[in-house]
Design a protein around this ligand. Structure first.
Ligand code: GLN
Length: 489
């Protein structure tokens, strides 16, 4: 047992009581990072982290983040620390500024010990497309299973107890899906709640800062720290930041929860179905009203295509600056066009090239009406339906993934009918910008299963209330590879 295996609040208490120090915690986190076998790191910032931790000598009793080690996905700009988004085209790129979330964590004296791997440029969901190769699921020591992506390294390192929390980004499900496969709490708050300044854009109408923790309270505390208006991100909200942990532990009597009939019907894994059903019964026993509603199968079937058209179109346009001239290595060439062609040919993996082709195709003048605008209209329909459900219910509860972590090779990011709904419905949270949290549900043969709860815009406090009730039902608070539990379901 190490302090790193505890919650943020528990580590804080140990710091206040003088049982450990930021330097000790940092040394241990760095040692665990170096020993990690999951290929979770782009960079381990040993020198910077030890230097910063050494300067933390006066514990701040009212600041739970003081001296807490964490990891950031490598698509957050970090001043003076190489930031590549796991892409060859950005190799050697050292930003001149910090992302706002990094600035806030620094100001709170949390210690960044490393930058984690991702699917290249945060596109993809397998944790296999980054330039350092595959990131593995720590729950499978044989390394046959995915941890999922794109925030693969952040998920793997939180589950492996290297740090109590790690930053990720979520455009379609990149925090909430890996959270499910790695037995973690994964939050994507309301769009605009956390500033995205310094997060490399993938598809800004869908992009969110998100993160992994091992319990609900830590997730709420972190939202309080990271949220708020930032003039450097004009899409960040002016809404006041709340004490998001305030309602944790309150009764869920009378809370109205909708399950989506077609999503539930798309689940075929018997263990998942069983645990999911038992958890719903337990919610009802606590006084929650849980009902099944229809969304419309056609609408749900269309999520993936809608997501791909919109996200690829936005990605193509946002990544136009990756031309081999402004950032990253010089791949050579005689003319501007030459340089760009070579850099993009050598700098991008197959997945990125495919997505940029799709994006450019959807944005061609002659295709805009039938592809891009049609996808936008369909997105509006999906959002309208979601809001209609949330006008009658407080939350939507769904399984977060079709089952446990898939084997490598069993899945790619190409369109497949197999789990068309079960694998893609989390993107509803990105289309609508609504807050959405994944929680561990149970384990099947030692591998985690997860559920997701989505709430109304800016009602994160309520979301944490129901999430903590769910956490008590499963008994999986603090789950990690080191702190393995069977759970109650
Ligand atoms: N897996 C999705 C994709 O392939 C989501 C990525 C993300 O949320 N960044 O794009």
């Amino acid at each position: 047992m190490s302090y790193l295996d505890l919650s943020i609040r528990e580590i804080h208490e140990a710091l206040v009581n003088g049982e450990t120090t930021p330097l000790e915690l940092t040394k241990e986190a760095v040692a665990r990072a170096k020993a990690n076998k999951e290929n979770a790191f782009e960079t381990i910032c040993e020198k910077e982290a030890l230097e910063f931790a050494s300067s933390l000598t006066e514990v701040e009793k009212d600041n739970v983040f003081y001296g807490i080690p964490y990891i950031a996905k490598d698509n957050f700009s970090t001043k003076d620390i190489e930031t590549t988004a796991s892409s060859n085209i950005l190799k050697g790129y050292v930003p001149l500024f910090d992302a706002t979330v990094i600035t806030k964590l620094k100001a709170a004296k949390a210690v960044m010990i490393g930058k984690s791997t991702l699917d290249e440029l945060a596109m993809g969901g397998t944790g296999t497309t980054g330039h350092l190769g595959t990131t593995y699921n720590p729950y499978d020591p044989e390394h046959k299973r995915m941890v999922g992506g794109s925030s693969c390294g952040s998920a793997a390192s939180t589950a492996a107890s290297i740090v109590p929390f790690a930053l990720g980004s979520d455009t379609g499900d990149s925090v909430r899906k890996p959270a499910s496969l790695a037995g973690l709490v994964g939050l994507k708050p309301t769009w605009g709640r956390i500033s995205r300044f310094g997060l490399f854009p993938f598809a800004p109408s869908l992009d969110h800062v998100g993160y992994f923790t091992r319990n609900v309270e830590d997730s709420a505390l972190l939202l309080g720290l990271l949220s708020g208006r930032d003039d450097k991100d004009s899409t960040s909200s002016f809404k006041p930041v709340e004490k998001y942990e305030e309602k944790i532990g309150e009764s869920i009597e009378g809370v109205r929860i909708a399950c989506i009939k077609e999503i539930d019907e798309s689940i075929t894994d018997p263990a998942l179905l069983k645990k999911y059903k038992v958890s719903i019964d337990a919610l009802r026993k606590q006084g929650a009203i849980v009902e099944s509603v229809e969304f419309g199968k056609d609408l749900l079937d269309s999520i993936y295509a809608t997501y791909i058209v919109i996200s690829c179109a936005e990605a193509t346009s946002n990544n136009a600056n990756l031309d081999g001239i402004k950032f990253g290595p010089n791949y050579g060439g005689k003319t501007y066009q030459d340089v760009m062609m070579t850099a993009r040919t050598k700098g991008f993996s197959e997945l990125i090239k495919r997505r940029f082709v799709i994006g450019s195709f959807a944005l061609m003048r002659e295709n805009q009406d039938v592809l891009f605008l049609r996808a936008q209209k369909n997105r509006a329909k999906i959002v309208e339906k979601t809001n209609e459900i949330l006008s009658k219910y407080d939350f939507v509860l769904t399984p977060a993934a079709p089952g446990v972590a898939p084997l490598f090779g069993a899945k790619s990011d190409k369109l497949s009918d197999e789990y068309l709904i079960a694998d893609n419905h989390l993107a509803i949270g990105n289309f609508s910008g609504l807050p959405s949290i994944t929680l561990p549900l149970g384990l099947e043969d030692g591998l985690p299963l997860g559920i997701n709860i989505m709430g109304r815009a800016f009602e994160e406090k309520e979301l944490f209330k129901v999430a903590s009730a769910f956490e008590n039902i499963t008994g999986l608070k603090g789950l990690s590879v080191i702190n393995k539990k069977e759970g109650n379901l």
